[in-house]
Every structure is written in C-alpha cells, then in structure tokens.
Design a protein around this ligand. Sequence first.
Ligand SMILES: [Zn+2]
Length: 307
Amino acid sequence: MAKASSSKKVARVARAGTGKRRVRERKNLAFPMAIFVILVLGSLVVVVARSARLDAASASEAPAANKDHWHAAYGVYVCDRFLPPLADSMKASATGIHTHADGLIHVEPTSPVGAGANARLKLFADPAGLKFGSDSFTAPDGTAYTNGYDCNGKPAKVYVYRWANAQDPSATAEVFDRDLGNVRFKDNGSAYTIAVVPEGTEVPRPDSVPQLAEALGGGAAGESPTAGLPPNLSVPAGAESAPASLVDPASPVNPAAPVNPASPVDPASPVDPASPVNPAAPSQPSTPAVPDPAAPAPNAGVVPGQP
Ligand SMILES: [Zn+2]
C-alpha cells in the first residue's frame, strides 16, 4: 500500500516537474522570439526607408526618370583619331540611356536606376558594347584599351574628358583617369571624349558636337536633325581642351564628397562623385560650384578618379 501510494506520489511529482519545465521552456523561448521579431521589423523599416530615400533622391535630382531627355556628344579617341560611333543601343538599354549610332548619348532614364546620381557613363556604354574597367575599356570589337597601350611607340593612358557645356568654347574639360564608367551625366548638352592618348596629348571634343547642337536646338524631344543652330555656334574640335597633364595617383579623394549608400547601380562604388574640381578651370557657370576644402595637390592636373 505504502509502496503504491509513494510510487503514485513520485509519478505526480514527475508530472508536475515536466509541466513546470514546459512552462519554463516556453518562457525561455519567448524572449529570443521577441528579439527575432524586433530584428525582422527593424530590417524591414531600414529597407523601406532606403528605397524611399532613393526614390526621393532620384526624383529631386536631374536627369529625372520619365521626364528628362538630355543629349550629350561623345567620341572614342584612340591615339590621334576618333573611332566610328557605337552601334544603336536603344533596344539593349534597360535604363533608357542609349545611343542611335549617331555619336550622341540620349540620357532618357526610364526608372530611378538610370536617373539622378545613378545616370553614369557605363549605363550608356554597356548596352552599346563598350565595357569599362576602372582605368581601361574594351571596345565592341574586343580590342582592350589599357594604360600602356601603344600609340605609335608612346605608352598611352586611358581618360574620360567631360565638358559640362559642349557649346561653350571657353569651357575646360574635367579629366578622369579612373572609375571611368562612373563618370556622371550631370548636364544636358555636355560632351565626353573617351581618350587613349600619351600624356600631354591635346584631347579634342567629340566630332558629334555639331549634331549635339542640332539635337539641342530641336527642343525637348531633340530628335529632329532639321532644327540647326547657326554654324558659328558649333565648336571646332579640339578648341580649348585641357591638356592631359600630370596625374597624381596619390591625390586624396575629395573628403567633401558625400557617401551615396542608396545607389543600386554600383554598390562597390562607395563614394558619390561630387563635381570634381579642375584646378585649371576658374569657374564653370553651368555647373553648381562644389566647394572643395581639400587644397588640390600641386600636380593634380587630373581629377582623382571620382566623376
Ligand atoms: Zn534623344
């Protein structure tokens, strides 16, 4: 009898014990689950906030998606001559930035991916078959143009020259020698020469500058080649172009350049390239002045890679 009742007691105690343990286990799980839910909700808030900021930034900064239709002249200049214009990339372009084999870049973003600070040279070049490396590029025919390319016995370097206003005969080019695909489109009517030249070569404006004048003269759509400007408004190739002067690879990146964490285009490019400062250009009326607290290095004739 005593034996039976004590074994019942043991069983009761055991049941009670497991019951308590289950409750304690449930309580122990409640805390980590709460943390997990908080973490998931927090991440969602961050993701939503980031995309909202991206939309806001792209909407506020030109070129705006589904609104702006800019034109720019470009040319690929190897040693001493321009290559033929790149092929039509209208269908290949996913961002709306394209060319019609006309020597012009049509900056017509169709989504935030190609708008505002995301509108960069590589979005034009990729669909047209020209692939940029940081300081090199490969042409559609497979020819690789890298630093050291042989220009009639002289080693060449690869640059991108950007003129904010192709029509301004007194404008000086901004010169980039790295991160070339990330040079930004910041102005309607700008010009870009992708150059492979020995140092000191005078790099001309693209041959298509007169066509650019016609596109700009054609109004917002800009596709009419009939609306021309007087010939005296076209700029002769090579006028006022900046010399390819000394490059200082040690020049620090402009510390004032704000970080652009929202760029979905190139997450590997952490710095948002603010307008690079060209020490040779006293003022650029068409570009908002960006103060550069960093005094230019003595021989910094070339913008250090951040378009
Ligand atoms: Zn166009």
